[in-house]
Ligand binder design. Structure first.
Ligand SMILES: *Cc1c(COP(=O)(O)O)cnc(C)c1O
Ligand code: SF4
Length: 339
């Protein structure tokens, strides 16, 4: 069970987005009731299958009431299938515990270091590896980023700093600014990359203070969003993306290929088109990490390749994401090709 809580009482009152976050739906039965799906309550797993429900109300509003197959609902609703044994599905599917370079720092790939900036997320996605990660001990922002900065100091080959998590935008803007202030002393770090789902699931997070911070930092800035279906990208998300671009941010998106959610050629094409309308380019289409509780979302590689072929035959090349899988010990994400 994830225990990291967004309900910190020490946050400045100006951070209005936290009010929306606190108001999230955290009860599966309430979620079903909001969508006129009361009957499904009987098939919920006990104790949310060990991973709490969390979904912002703005995201719920994009779901179709009365549709038990809604692609947004399926990403957040606990299922009995999560509790079924699945051989080969583990609690550390991507070898993160082995790649730990310093407190909250993962350094797997050349030139890029990744900080587990925060253990919190605005949404709990059922397919996420995070459902098993011992975040309690592994947050880079704890103790003023000290260990992460010390690591970067002794690794001048790191050109790009990736803030991930959890979700780095779950931190206060002041906490993020504390880091980038210190990065001025490390001129070898030229790019700052944020992996975040917040602009999609809680666009209120893209507030003036955040934009002022982004606009004011003297680094190349990349934000990698995480959206899996065009239906996630409503007018609020589009506006948040526009604001990020106006602050000098390059916007990319990664998706996870999920059975029942987006394993459909036309749905994937629609996602790419909708992303571009929001000023975002598709980057990766990930094959699922084999984490315990997520096996029912898996799409096999042969079908994944068919879906990519369907997209390739319909979309301009720049709207085609790369199909990849993360393999522990590899020097990069592994491209999935025809055998
Ligand atoms: C995925 C990942 C990256 C980024 O890889 P890119 O191919 O550059 O997007 C960096 N570090 C870690 C530990 C990762 O898991
Ligand atoms: S937002 Fe990302 S890190 Fe957080 S639960 Fe969803 S997939 Fe996992």
């Amino acid at each position: 069970m994830i225990t990291a809580s967004p309900l910190s009482s020490q946050q400045p009152p100006s951070e209005d987005w936290r009010r929306h976050w606190r108001a999230s739906v955290t009860d599966a039965r309430e979620l079903l009731a909001l969508l006129d799906l009361h009957a499904l309550a009987d098939s919920l797993p006990a104790d949310d299958a060990g991973f709490a429900v969390r979904v912002p109300r703005g995201f719920v509003a994009r779901m179709r009431p009365g549709d038990p197959r809604d692609p947004l609902l399926l990403q957040v609703l606990p299922q009995l299938a999560e509790t079924a044994p699945a051989p080969g599905y583990t609690t550390d599917a991507v070898g993160d515990m082995d790649a730990r370079a310093a407190h909250g720092v993962l350094h797997k790939y050349h030139g890029r270091a990744l900080l587990i900036a925060s253990g919190a997320c605005a949404i709990n996605c059922r397919y996420c590896f995070r459902r098993h990660f011992p975040y309690g001990e592994e947050i880079a922002a704890a103790a003023g980023w000290r260990e992460a900065l010390a690591y970067l100091q002794t690794h001048p080959d790191v050109e790009e700093l990736i803030l991930s998590g959890g979700d780095p935008l779950a931190l206060s803007t002041a906490k993020l600014a504390e880091l980038t202030e210190r990065l001025r002393e490390l001129p070898h770090v030229r790019r700052l990359r944020l992996h975040t789902r917040l602009p999609v699931v809680l666009p209120e997070r893209i507030d003036d203070a955040l934009l002022r911070w982004l606009d004011g930092i003297d680094l190349q800035k990349v934000v990698i969003l995480h959206a899996n279906h065009a239906q996630e990208l409503d007018a609020h998300v589009e506006a948040a993306c526009r604001r990020l671009r106006d602050a000098g941010v390059t916007l990319l998106n990664q998706s996870v290929l999920l059975r029942g959610v987006n394993d459909d050629g036309d749905a994937l094409c629609a996602l790419s088109s909708r992303l571009f309308a929001c000023g975002v380019l598709p980057y990766y289409l990930h094959q699922l990490d084999r984490v315990q509780g997520a096996a029912h979302f898996e799409v096999d590689d042969a079908r994944a390749l068919d879906l990519v072929t369907h997209m390739r035959d319909r979309l301009p090349g720049f709207l085609l994401p790369r199909l990849v899988r993360e393999v522990a010990g590899d020097p990069a994400k592994r491209a999935i090709d025809r055998p």
